[in-house]
Design a protein around this ligand. Structure first.
Ligand code: AMP
Ligand code: FE
Ligand code: FE
Ligand code: ZN
Length: 281
């Protein structure tokens, strides 16, 4: 069974619509795809509508923005009740804060580069969650950079003077909220040091494990082989499962569907523990 449990659609910073993503998953030979847009569940319905036609099962999820003492961490959450208010309100708060922060970054970047807030909005199409990738797309459209990666190496870098923080849940609190919502939390790319200079310490993952964390995403292209081994050892030490995924963003990133996979036993456990079902053809 080929399971790719971490992907993005145009509801956040991917470039495929949820329906296109499901078709791409079929072409990539996947049996199960997880749709995990940043801080939103808006793509679930359209993706679910494509399950029968594509023959690909849908694992409903989201990638929740977290901040541990100023260090960003992404928490994947699977099969939770999207109407559980404490979690839904936190996601709405994060989207609002991201939007305001993106606008402030654009004001500052716009002093030195030929982009406006309207140019960024023009890049979002049906996105509910707006972020730096949309600024990158506007910079590319303006001819300032060849692709998203180049823009992220420049004015969009976390270390850049244009960078602005946004409100996000504490990751231990987020694990509790996801469990309270009937969901199953998995830490996304926990050792990806290429994304930011500071990483979340092992002690935080220990606290997250005690708050219900189910697994660490070990097999991810943003981890070097050494980082994968560190993450695998940490998962074993904390009694956590081991996941893998592509983190596909369509044309927005080089990540290809199915390049890393989740072991079937972990999916089985997530389905057993989650309040929602896997949607099958
Ligand atoms: P934000 O959440 O608005 O701070 O933006 C972070 C998002 O940008 C992540 O979810 C990634 O998908 C994306 N991202 C980070 N680094 C890169 C990169 N080098 N190239 C393309 N996208 C990136
Ligand atoms: Fe993203
Ligand atoms: Fe992420
Ligand atoms: Zn992701």
């Amino acid at each position: 069974m080929r399971i790719d449990p971490h992907t993005h659609s145009s509801c956040s910073d991917g470039t495929d619509t949820p329906a296109q993503l499901m078709k791409a998953a079929a072409v990539a030979g996947l049996d199960v795809v997880g749709l995990t847009d940043h801080d939103t569940t808006d793509g679930w319905e359209q993706a679910a509508d494509a399950v029968t036609d594509t023959g690909v099962s849908l694992l409903r999820g989201a990638e929740i923005s977290c901040s541990a003492d100023g260090v960003t961490l992404h928490l994947l959450a699977y099969l939770f009740d999207p109407d559980y208010a404490p979690l839904a309100d936190a996601l709405a708060h994060a989207r609002q804060s991201r939007s305001e922060r993106t606008r402030r970054m654009v004001e500052q970047i716009g002093v030195d580069y030929p982009i406006t807030w309207e140019d960024v909005l023009a890049q979002t199409t049906d996105a509910t969650t707006i972020g730096r990738p949309h600024i990158a797309d506007a910079l590319v459209a303006a001819g300032a950079f060849p692709d998203r990666s180049a823009a992220f190496a420049g004015p969009l870098a976390t270390s850049s003077p244009y960078y602005v923080h946004y409100w996000a849940l504490d990751p231990v609190e987020a694990c509790r909220l996801v469990r309270d919502a009937g969901g199953v939390p998995v830490a996304a790319h926990p050792r990806a040091a290429n994304r930011q200079r500071r990483l979340v310490p092992d002690a935080t993952f220990n606290r997250m494990a005690r708050a219900g964390l189910a697994a660490l995403e070990v097999d991810h292209r943003d981890h070097t082989p050494a980082q994968r081994e560190q993450a695998r050892a940490l998962a074993q030490e904390l009694g956590l499962g081991v996941s893998g995924a592509s983190d596909y963003h369509g044309a927005g990133k080089p990540n290809r569907l199915g390049e890393n996979l989740m072991p079937p036993a972990l999916l089985k456990r997530i389905v057993a523990e989650g309040t929602l079902a896997l949607i099958t053809p």
